[in-house]
Ligand binder design. Sequence first.
Ligand code: MD6
Ligand code: FE
Length: 212
Amino acid sequence: MDDLFGEDRTFLPLDPGACLLGGFALANGPVLLDAIATIAAVAPFRHLETPGGRRMSVAMTNAGRLGWVSDRRGYRYDEIDPCTGKAWPKMPLVFTELSRHAAATADFQDFMPEACLINRYEPGAKLSLHQDRDERNLDQPIVSVSLGVDARFLWGGEKRLDRPRRIILQHGDVVVWGGPARLTFHGIDTLDLSSHPATGSFRFNLTFRKAT
Ligand code: MD6
Ligand code: FE
């Protein structure tokens, strides 16, 4: 699908090692949203505390062997959900297969996700510029799936102060990045109040990682 500027969103390179696969997950949207609801019934969305003591505006949960968590002690991956004291819900097969297919399409073969962080944004929520560096294996890419309300994705550089580009992420879009782009600073700008037929005022994001 082309946008007004004639860019091909079905495979849009962002930087070496990073690309947007526009609409890649569109056909799986309903199944993915069903799976998110099933996961959240067991491991509820919660607003984690940052190591600095602030409540994150994005609500999070996880699926898979490992889940990403944050508290006063720092950021880490944990096999146990601190909310329930139990293991995280299993990664649904559709998650694993979609993320592997997206990674391979972006030329990262044999991606094997261990963790799926599920982010839920409400209007006003945002995610400040950050690097994903809590994973031991930085050779593996990250696969990120957007569902629901559009977001302005901030795509920066190697340094926090590099001025970020703004890229609109829509329902069904997938971003894959790794290799030379693996430590690129990125974030999500404050979510607008709007509505999507599949999710109401929410945006969901799935990020798949090999954590260990
Ligand atoms: C989001 N995503 O799209 C936030 N991190 O809601 C991330 O922070 C992110 O999309 C690493 C890789 C892909 C991502
Ligand atoms: Fe991130």
